[in-house]
Design a protein around this ligand. Structure first.
Ligand SMILES: [Zn+2]
Length: 415
């Protein structure tokens, strides 16, 4: 034990020569004040319950910078460059895997990165994320991606697919010839593809916001809304952005009964952040209690609101993925806030990494570092016992996801 991913001594100031780590999943870890807590966090495997695959091929500097930003405006990403918490964390923790010193200048990192195939970088970084498994949202990105079977080999852990409702609906609307046919065609496709998926996911927050009428819509309303959607299809636009159809998709998912992931909070400006607050789902959560699990994804800056919902509703759980890598060293504060009132059985690990393996690694590594500091302080002060930490890490890392998604042994890396 005792160092960062990439091997080496673990002291943030010691940017020596570091090769890929050995031993524990992410290499040694010495961040927290309690050695026993450090060891538990270093050795734990995490089940990433919401993540994406990586892009295939090489990535020029401008493309990499765009992936490092949640903005869908290239100018915003280029203006930010790597002068962000994520950029610093990436240069600090990922550079050694590319044969570069920790903290290398951005230009050097980007130049080295552009020379390497993304899959080759993944082969170096993904094993160090220490994953027990990956539940992959296959709805984004759709093109030029590494297939799930290859992702599993690169990560050294099983992969299961999560079906994105809007992407499925857009495939169905592309082939139906009249509005009346859509509801049954969608539910048929959902039954078939949903059976193979480990869960379903919705980006209703992106498409229409969460402040919509989420009561089950009447069939006639769905047909009427589909008619408008078919008219926009005729004009060349298949994109679903209708609140009635979104409500129909969500209630179809309730009927399916598999765990339902809902994006909330921070994301690109396709969404209005004030309409992505998970508290807007309160009525939907009252109506769906006892029907299925609802997973509030990512949630920042509403992670305290999500923790409240997970606290009061038996079928609600949440994570703080995405914000972790974007906040870099600041993620410790977000993790601490997420743990204020949330029952442990309701907090899951996710990275929401996509595109580049740096994000998969940082999600895992920053959570380990943050928790080692937070939980280590509590144990060192006598507030928590080490046995409490052990139970927490088991539940957060794998146990909660295993129970909620009903994962089989084959879905998990156990060794
Ligand atoms: Zn995602």
């Amino acid at each position: 034990m005792g160092g960062p991913p990439g091997g080496g001594s673990g002291s943030p100031g010691s940017d020596g020569d570091r090769g890929p780590g050995e031993g524990s999943p992410v290499g040694p870890l010495t961040d927290g004040p309690h050695p026993g807590v450090n060891e538990l966090l270093a050795e734990a495997r995490f089940l990433d319950h919401h993540v994406h695959t990586i892009l295939a091929g090489r990535l020029p500097a401008h493309r990499l910078l765009e992936i490092l930003s949640e903005s869908n405006r290239p100018q915003a990403a280029h203006r930010a460059g790597m002068e962000t918490q994520l950029g610093v964390a990436l240069r600090r923790w990922c550079a050694p895997f590319l044969g570069l010193p920790a903290g290398v200048p951005s230009g050097v990192y980007l130049a080295q990165r552009a020379n390497l195939d993304n899959g080759e970088v993944a082969a170096r970084l993904l094993p160090a994320a220490g994953l027990a498994g990956l539940l992959v949202d296959t709805g984004y990105p759709l093109a030029d991606v590494v297939p799930l079977e290859q992702l599993a080999v690169l990560a050294g852990a099983p992969v299961r697919a999560v079906l994105r409702l809007e992407e499925l609906a857009e495939r169905v609307i592309a082939r139906v010839d009249r509005a009346e046919a859509f509801p049954a065609a969608f539910q048929e496709a959902l039954a078939e593809e949903g059976q193979r998926a480990i869960g379903v996911k919705s980006i209703v927050a992106y498409r229409v916001g969460l402040d919509l009428d989420l009561r089950p819509p009447q069939p006639a309303e769905v047909v009427k809304a589909t008619g408008a959607w078919l008219a926009s299809r005729a004009a060349g636009n298949l994109r679903l952005a209708n609140p009635v159809i979104e409500a129909f998709l969500l209630w179809s998912a309730v009927e399916l009964g598999k765990p339902l992931q809902l994006h909330t909070g921070f994301g690109d400006p396709d969404l209005d952040l004030q309409r992505a607050n998970p508290l807007l789902l309160t009525d939907f959560l009252r109506r769906t209690e006892g029907r299925l699990w609802v997973l509030l994804l990512h949630t920042y800056p509403f992670h305290r609101e999500a923790a409240y919902l997970a606290h009061v509703f038996p079928h609600v759980a949440f994570d703080v993925g995405l914000a972790v890598h974007h906040s870099g060293v600041g993620s410790e504060a977000i993790l601490a806030e997420a743990l204020e009132i949330a029952p442990w059985a309701k907090v899951l690990y996710s990275s929401d990494a996509w595109g580049i393996p740096e994000l998969h690694l940082l999600g895992s590594w920053l959570v380990r570092r943050g928790l080692a500091r937070i939980l280590g302080r509590w144990v060192a002060a006598g507030d928590w016992d080490l046995s409490d930490v052990k139970r927490f890490v088991e539940a957060f890392g794998v146990g909660n996801a295993r129970e909620i998604y009903g994962l089989a042994d084959a879905d998990l890396r156990t060794a």
